[in-house]
Design a protein around this ligand. Structure first.
Ligand SMILES: NC(=O)c1ccc[n+]([C@@H]2O[C@H](COP(=O)([O-])OP(=O)(O)OC[C@H]3O[C@@H](n4cnc5c(N)ncnc54)[C@H](O)[C@@H]3O)[C@@H](O)[C@H]2O)c1
Ligand SMILES: [Zn+2]
Length: 421
């Protein structure tokens, strides 16, 4: 199955403030040199299009997906490739490097591997080490990679974010073909348009928006993913179902036991449905590069990002998102936005999938106030502008609020404390 995410020009806002600013206009007028003020409104419309494949055994020589993702636009030439692989994926799939060589060999009319694939540490530790991007740049400089060269990234969401960021800023953007290898990355991050690394203890402080050249989701990789990571990745599916698709939420409830047992059939369906919702949001929301303050797909994320930092990434991103969803669903109930049954069904599904609703970091206080609440201000800072938090109106429908009542949020978090504590 191939899906094309088409991002249509949303660049008018980029253009509106170009030319002379109002401030400069005033200065000129005050200068009194008699010259008329001029203002040019620059407008640029850009269209992005990238294929997203769902396949199995992407590196089997006869599988056309990777070749198509790289070469379809310019079938008349050979494409220079450099592959970056998540160390845990390379360890779990010792055949992988050989398979990449064999694939490129089979398609040598279209593809050329410029060097041995580079195996890099995956996981959040990779995103915390900004030196890795420089290491990639050094290697790409040595190899003479240019803006038409292709970086093939095989790994979890963290490595995709890190290597994608390095590629996005090298020569102002190398081509990136992603092969996401985790549930979260195949269903969510890998099909999207963002990349970045962590800095100053803040998630994604350095990063950019960079649509990929193509995405190839290979179901085979999921077979080696640890159960903990399979389950963690499902949190993003619960998130998007809650705000966008009540039928998908009902499907998740109906298949919760199989999903909790990591059954590959239902997992594949979860990934495709979640990715489709994500792609639709990017293509149709009107704000793919998040210029505004609203970010519906970050439902549950203000607390999640803070908890990841507070636990120094002991919690996986997906686990932190699950806790964030439980908090925000409970807050929505406490503030009368949704009914008690809705919030209860969110907590019940998360629990049945094996996701956490609580972490001891939530108990941390400073000056009598829960430290996690600082996540609200940090979230606002990251988005810019007015605080905008997505909450739940009913299953399948989110609602944006611009104010959080801290006493109610405190109450919501307190209600999640496990009985034995
Ligand atoms: N860019 C975005 O839009 C976006 C969206 C959501 C999340 N994210 C980011 O994605 C990251 C989380 O991604 P994740 O859940 O994939 O976690 P991850 O990348 O940390 O991977 C989890 C662990 O599984 C290993 N792994 C990955 N695939 C494997 C496989 N097939 N076999 C064996 N081991 C494998 C990794 O090495 C890692 O140790 C976070 O940094 C989060 O902030 C980004
Ligand atoms: Zn997320």
């Amino acid at each position: 199955m191939v899906q094309n995410a088409i991002l249509r020009g949303h660049s008018s806002r980029l253009g509106t403030e170009q030319g002379l600013s109002a401030h400069e206009d005033r200065d000129r007028a005050a200068g009194g040199d008699g010259e008329p003020t001029s203002r040019h409104l620059q407008q640029v419309t850009v269209e992005f299009e990238y294929p997203v494949y769902f396949t199995r055994d992407a590196f089997a020589p006869a599988n056309p997906c990777l070749r198509e993702a790289i070469a379809t636009r310019e079938p008349w030439r050979r494409h220079r490739l450099f592959a970056v692989i998540d160390r845990n994926v390379a360890l779990a799939s010792p055949w992988l490097v050989g398979a990449i060589h064999a694939y490129v060999e089979r398609h040598h009319d279209a593809l050329e591997l410029v060097a041995e694939p580079l195996v890099l540490e995956g996981g959040e530790a990779a995103k915390n080490d900004t030196a890795v991007a420089t290491r990639l740049h050094t290697r790409w400089n040595e190899l003479g990679m240019d803006r038409q060269s292709v970086i093939v990234i095989v790994g979890g969401g963290a490595l995709l974010d890190l290597a994608g960021y390095a590629a996005a800023v090298a020569h102002r953007g190398l081509r990136v073909v992603r092969l996401p290898t985790s549930v979260l990355a195949q269903a969510d991050s890998g099909v999207g348009v963002k990349c970045g690394v962590n800095l100053f203890g803040k998630k994604n402080f350095v990063g950019t928006f960079a649509p990929p050249f193509g995405v190839v989701n290979d179901g085979r990789f999921l077979e080696t993913l640890a159960a903990r990571d399979v389950v963690a990745g499902m949190a993003e599916a619960v998130k998007v179902a809650l705000i966008r698709d009540g039928d998908f939420f009902a499907w998740l409830v109906a298949h919760a036991d199989e999903l909790a047992a990591c059954a590959l059939g239902p997992l594949g369906e979860l990934i495709q449905r979640c990715a489709a919702l994500h792609l639709r949001h990017i293509a149709t929301s009107g704000d793919p590069f998040e210029l505004g303050s609203a970010r519906p797909l970050d439902f549950g994320h203000w607390a999640a990002h803070k908890l990841e930092a507070m636990t120094r990434h002991r919690l996986r991103h997906g686990e932190a998102v699950a806790i964030g969803l439980a908090i925000d669903a409970t807050y929505a109930e406490r503030s009368g936005l949704c009914d008690a049954a809705t919030a209860a069904s969110v907590r019940a599904l998360l629990g049945r999938l094996g996701l956490p609703l609580w972490d001891e970091a939530l108990a941390q206080t400073a000056g009598g106030r829960r430290v996690v609440l600082d996540g609200l201000a940090e979230f606002r800072e990251h988005l810019g502008g007015e605080l905008t938090i997505t909450l739940l109106r009913r299953i399948g429908e989110g609602v944006e609020v611009h104010e959080i009542r801290e006493s109610l949020m405190e109450d919501a978090i307190a209600r999640l404390v496990p009985a034995r504590q």
